[in-house]
Design a binder for this molecule. Structure first.
Ligand code: TMP
Length: 209
């Protein structure tokens, strides 16, 4: 495919939204034709699935049901939006993707990597990120920065043990996929983190200098 695909990953409160805004402004200034998406979501069907997953009323949802709903939302996003954009040669930037399912459902919910790898392959077929930016900040610091968990978000409402496992899951993904995932320490100011991300994108040949 002609385009490039990059994904942003990280736990709650690490500053992902801020970094996505900054990279969007940077790409706009450079005149890069980029499509910004979020997971779960990015199209009408996947946004509906998102609402079901995050609804606090659904606290009886099993880990496998959750993993399959994330995968269902991803399958729709891949075929409806990501593949056509890549075929047109666009840069696609997605807020979360397969590594979220690995860290949250595979590790934190304990489903294991084998089932998650199978689900991810079914959902994505040949669509894989060219580069994944992992925003690395320990969950205790991240929640301090964020000022607590969002009351309306079922996943955020999980306890600190859960978020520590998510973090460990991401660190494991960084070890397994060191060729694809770049681990960016984001404990400093947002501007410093932004610079590191831009440098990584240039080094990996996603952006020109
Ligand atoms: P957001 O907070 O980045 O909008 O993401 C929504 C929540 O969904 C967040 O708590 C992470 C979670 N999530 C998973 O548990 N598995 C996944 O595969 C994805 C994409 C997100």
């Amino acid at each position: 495919m002609k385009g490039k695909f990059i994904t942003f990953e990280g736990g709650e409160g690490v500053g992902k939204t801020t970094q996505l805004r900054m990279i969007r402004e940077y790409l706009d200034q450079k005149g890069v034709d980029a499509v910004f998406l979020r997971e779960p979501g990015g199209n009408a069907i996947s946004e509906k699935i998102r609402a079901v997953i995050l609804d606090r009323a659904n606290d009886a949802m099993t880990g496998m049901c959750e993993a399959m709903l994330y995968s269902a939302a991803r399958a729709q996003l891949c075929e409806e939006v990501i593949r056509p954009a890549l075929e047109e040669g666009k840069l696609v930037v997605c807020d979360r993707f397969i590594d979220s399912t690995f860290a949250y459902q595979g590790v934190a919910r304990g489903l294991g990597s084998e089932k998650i790898d199978t689900l991810n392959k079914l959902a994505c077929s040949d669509i894989m990120p060219d580069l994944t930016v992992f925003l690395d900040l320990e969950p205790t610091l991240a929640f301090e920065r964020k000022g607590g968990a969002d009351a309306d978000d079922r996943l955020e409402q999980e306890g600190m043990d859960f978020h520590i496992k998510v973090y460990e899951g991401y660190k494991l993904a960084c070890q397994i996929h060191g060729d694809r995932i770049v681990d960016i320490d984001c404990s400093s100011e947002a501007e410093v983190t932004h610079r590191k991300i831009v440098d990584a994108l240039i080094q990996r040949g996603i952006l020109d200098r």
